[in-house]
Ligand binder design. Sequence first.
Ligand SMILES: [Cu+2]
Length: 495
Amino acid sequence: MGIRKNQSSLTASEKAAFVAAVKALKANGAYDTFVAQHRAAFMASPNDPAHRGPAFLPWHREYLRRFELALEEIDSSVSIPYWDWTVDRTTTASLWNADFMGGNGTGASRQVTTGPFAFSTGEWTLTVRDSGDTITFLTRAFGAMGSLPTQQGVSAALNVVPYDSAPWNSNSSTNTSFRNRLEVVIHNPGHMWVGGSMMAMSSPNDPVFWLHHCNIDRLWAEWQRENPTANYLPPSGTAGVVAGHGLDDPMPPWDNEATPPTPRSVLDHRALGYTYDDEPGTSPGTVSLTVGAPATSASIGEAGEVDIYSFVVATPGSHVIATQGSTDVVTALYGPDDMAAFITEDDDSGPGSNSRIERNLAAGTYYVRVRHYSGSSVGSYSISVSGSAPQPGIQTIQVNGPAVQGTLSAPNERDMYTFTVTASGIYTIETAGNTDCFLTLFGPDSQTTFITQDDDSGPGFNSRIAANLASGAYYVQVRHYSPDGTGSYSVSVRT
Ligand SMILES: [Cu+2]
């Protein structure tokens, strides 16, 4: 499931991947086909299947998804990011940097001269243009035609129910048509604030079109979530409704396909294969964190929301999962390699009301669930995972050599050992001493591929594993049977 992220949270490499995929579509001609489809929809007015009617939102959802699938054919890691103009609303927002969308237009022509879509790159010539338009370079005129939507404006729009109302066009009241409110009061100003190419019927010539419409689609998804009983309107066959705008109408220009999309077929965006990074319960679309990387920004955007992250521990040892910011979040840790295997939870062990978990972690994938301490509160935070040096490393056990001495000195400690099998056969891995050790065997040549585990098959409370092993490197994890238990032991491997 692809996750559409806030563009402000993209890493440099994620931005580069998006730009590269967009330019690849431009180079192979597919991009201009998308631009032409959008222009053709407008030119069909008064029978425009995409604008000034109920299907404004479904048509653009289908259109963006098809564009996204084309991007994914170039680079499967790419999703369309969204531009939240209620937050990133200045001409100097990072969105407009030279590594992403490029900046404002300059001079009398308002030509965009910076970034990957500048005409001078030789890779962004506008070939599909509105009739009479001879300008072949991208243009922008930030703010010249109006203001960006505000958070208050978006909140007010999200409060409008029903979905749409008669006369099912641009004359529908913005107090009784969520669609027209979103289209006219929120969407149009985004095009107008950017200005230049974004004002045209061929507006997808500006790649920020996709980020702008992605945010519109996100707001529709949010409205759907908050109004689960508010259906799409109107049904097919309603008098005065333009073809393509009824619930089960095939949507042009895809209406000649074997199974043409309809407004109904795109109502569930998750069924189309994507989610938004701020949706509650985006699992299994977890956000991945990298050990040692800068903190990732996020927010509890809705009461009761749970954000889910995953990270991979490659080097066993002590790790710290910490949140930052002024929001009182609670963090729970699960794993390894099991989203349901609860390890621990923390509320306020970090600075302020932040959470902080420090644990000795074996190799594997871990999962973090973050929620607000209060089930009715929201707020932003950031989260990071660090691995603290020094690492104890993985000790080697010689097969048929002396037992290796070890100590479980902290609750929940996991000691990792490795041994090498050169001739396949039965190998016995065994602990000795007075500590109730628990053994887990992984391999071959993997610290996370589980083979077997044992608690008390050896003398006393000792553990013993006898396994038929092929050649390769194997990993033995030793922990105490009790999460709070400590003590010393020795461990050996014999044939
Ligand atoms: Cu459009």
